[in-house]
Design a protein around this ligand. Structure first.
Ligand SMILES: NC(=O)c1ccc[n+]([C@@H]2O[C@H](COP(=O)([O-])OP(=O)(O)OC[C@H]3O[C@@H](n4cnc5c(N)ncnc54)[C@H](OP(=O)(O)O)[C@@H]3O)[C@@H](O)[C@H]2O)c1
Length: 171
């Protein structure tokens, strides 16, 4: 069994996920969920998302996709294509003994990995911000919802939100 690819994304009600290479909300509760879903696991992300975070996150291996042959950052694995990112991610996940390979954005990278994803962990953010990055269209009929958990905004959350987990329907 190869380790399942899971997509983790926070998506506004209008589909927006970011603007000008940044997130467009402050949602501390969602950052905690992101941490829990990714801790100890290798994460695949696009170069723009990596630069917006600015550094490798502690406790997780980071695989950055870029076509730039000169891109190099200490403490980060670099891949120049999806197959290489998957091979690195699977090897790191196996070495760490973890049960998932998170793909954490942004839009360009979600679009390419959605066809391979076994699970989606979405945070539906109840806001309609302006933004230049949107979650791609995805084949909803290929997934079934397993969790739907609405949350009011906590003290450090700018919006209310709903956690939704989906898994690919097989057979
Ligand atoms: N709300 C959320 O959950 C969430 C999560 C993550 C990111 N975001 C937001 O999403 C936005 C960024 O998304 P984005 O679509 O603009 O950028 P991105 O997906 O983060 O990065 C795109 C870059 O990744 C590299 N890349 C993509 N596919 C590749 C492939 N097959 N082979 C080699 N390299 C590849 C390319 O880098 P080079 O140009 O270097 O070649 C490409 O320009 C930001 O606003 C960010 O804040 C939101």
């Amino acid at each position: 069994m190869t380790v399942p690819i899971v997509i983790i994304a926070a998506v506004a009600d209008n589909g927006v996920i970011g603007d000008d290479d940044r997130l467009v909300w402050r949602l501390k509760t969602d950052l905690k969920r992101f941490r829990a879903l990714t801790m100890g696991r290798p994460m695949i992300m696009g170069r723009k998302t990596f630069l917006s975070i600015g550094k490798p996150l502690p406790g997780r291996e980071t695989i950055v996709l870029t076509r730039d042959p000169d891109f190099a950052v200490d403490g980060v694995h670099v891949s120049h294509g999806i197959e290489d990112a998957l091979a690195k991610g699977r090897a790191l996940a196996a070495a760490a003994g973890v049960d998932s390979l998170p793909v954490v954005g942004g839009a360009d990278v979600y679009r390419q990995f959605l066809p391979m994803a076994e699970r989606l962990h979405l945070t539906l953010v109840h806001a309609r911000p302006e933004g230049d990055a949107a979650f791609p269209e995805w084949p909803r009929a290929e997934f079934r919802e397993t969790v739907r958990e609405p949350h009011p905004a906590g003290p450090d959350d700018e919006h209310s939100f709903t956690f939704v987990d989906l898994e690919r329907v097989r057979g």
